[in-house]
Write a protein that binds this ligand. Structure first.
Ligand code: FDA
Length: 317
């Protein structure tokens, strides 16, 4: 394991849950410059402008209204309202003649109330159902993001319940979790849309593979299950080895180009997003927006050693 992975990464991820560092970071102009690289803005207008750019470049989008760890019910209701307004605005985006399913929203169940002490799971499910119904009517897809390991069982239970009414609701599975091959098997058999990522939270080796090598191997095993299965694999990775392996597996299992897609985050490897699109692959860009960007930013900084300098300079300024 590299020194960065063993020491710095867990420290940076711990900062995601530190209120004092969050408040300091949100005040500095330097942090704002770093944020702009990964988040196009705080308003719906900002995210719709970024969406337009991606659609015009031939890509699909998934929009995330930033927020997590909601501590009171009114905050969760505010998040639902933001998604309903967003879905309404997405329904008005002029048809560009490209395939259906180009517009998607991504949700975090903790932003919808999952961690509330009383009836959190029930509240989150009802909130997610309200958004899924509006999205369904507007022709917008929904995918439920993956958060920390402790919330995974409940999240997948909610996703199964949502899929009984809205078959297109997808979810994220994190290859670094030891459980994920089994989850891939279940969801691939049921024909689900599954976004496979490596995983971005600090997890214990008892539940997650501890090294990049083991995580990469696990990713490829999980991807093979999804590509072989009946669902719609969404390959959420910027890693060139995984991007190449995905096409090789799609060929092996005789998948057509419209039966799976690549996904990347806004601001990361934009050239590669364009290259894949030009090569005829489906590419979706995940675009976050909103004022609650701190946790998202910290996870992006923890993914790459070179990003650490930005973060430290931001805190010092
Ligand atoms: P890896 O980390 O090996 O990076 C490969 C290359 O990509 C790097 O060498 C670099 O060039 C570039 N790169 C990657 N991250 C970068 C960064 N932050 N800054 C600059 N360059 C970078 N996680 C999670 O736990 N729950 C979730 O719901 C999601 N959702 C999600 C959606 C989508 C669409 C994507 C693409 C990713 C997620 N993730 C996520 C994050 C995911 O788990 C993972 O942390 C990142 O994608 C980084 O892993 P890669 O597979 O890109 O490979």
């Amino acid at each position: 394991m590299s020194l960065f992975d063993a020491t710095m990464r867990p420290m940076i991820l711990a900062a995601a849950r530190n209120d004092r560092i969050r408040q300091t970071s949100q005040r500095t102009a330097m942090t704002r410059r770093v944020v702009e690289r990964f988040v196009p803005g705080e308003t719906q207008t900002d995210v719709l402008a970024a969406t337009r750019t991606s659609l015009d470049a031939g890509m699909s989008v998934s929009i995330d209204f930033l927020g997590e760890d909601t501590t009171d019910e009114s905050q969760a209701t505010g998040t639902v309202d933001a998604y309903l307004a967003l879905v309404g605005a997405m329904a008005d985006i002029p048809e560009t003649g490209l395939p259906a399913g180009r517009l998607e929203v991504s949700l975090k169940l903790t932003a919808l109330g999952q961690a509330l002490p009383r009836h959190g799971a029930k509240i989150a499910e009802e909130n997610a159902r309200t958004i899924a119904a509006a999205a369904h009517d507007a022709g917008v897809l929904v995918t439920v993001d993956a958060e920390d390991h402790a919330s995974a069982d409940e999240r997948l239970m909610i996703v199964r319940a949502l899929r009984r009414d809205f078959r297109d609701v997808g979810t994220v599975l994190q290859a670094y979790l030891r459980r994920t091959e089994d989850d891939c098997t279940e969801f691939a058999e049921s024909g689900a849309r599954i976004r496979l990522c490596k995983g971005a939270y600090a997890e214990s080796p008892s539940v997650a593979y501890p090294t990049r090598e083991l995580i990469d191997e696990a990713y490829l095993r999980c991807l093979r299950i999804l590509m072989k299965g009946n669902g719609y694999p969404m390959v959420a990775s910027h890693d060139p080895v995984i991007i190449d392996a995905a096409q090789a597996m799609a060929d092996e299992f005789e998948r057509t180009p419209d039966s799976w897609e690549h996904q990347m985050l806004y601001g990361i490897r934009t050239d590669e997003q364009q290259r894949l699109t030009a090569a005829g692959r489906r590419v979706r860009v995940y675009i976050p927006y909103g004022g609650e960007w701190y946790g998202y930013l910290v996870r992006r900084l923890a993914e790459k050693p070179a990003n650490l300098g930005f973060f430290l300079r931001a805190l010092a300024s």
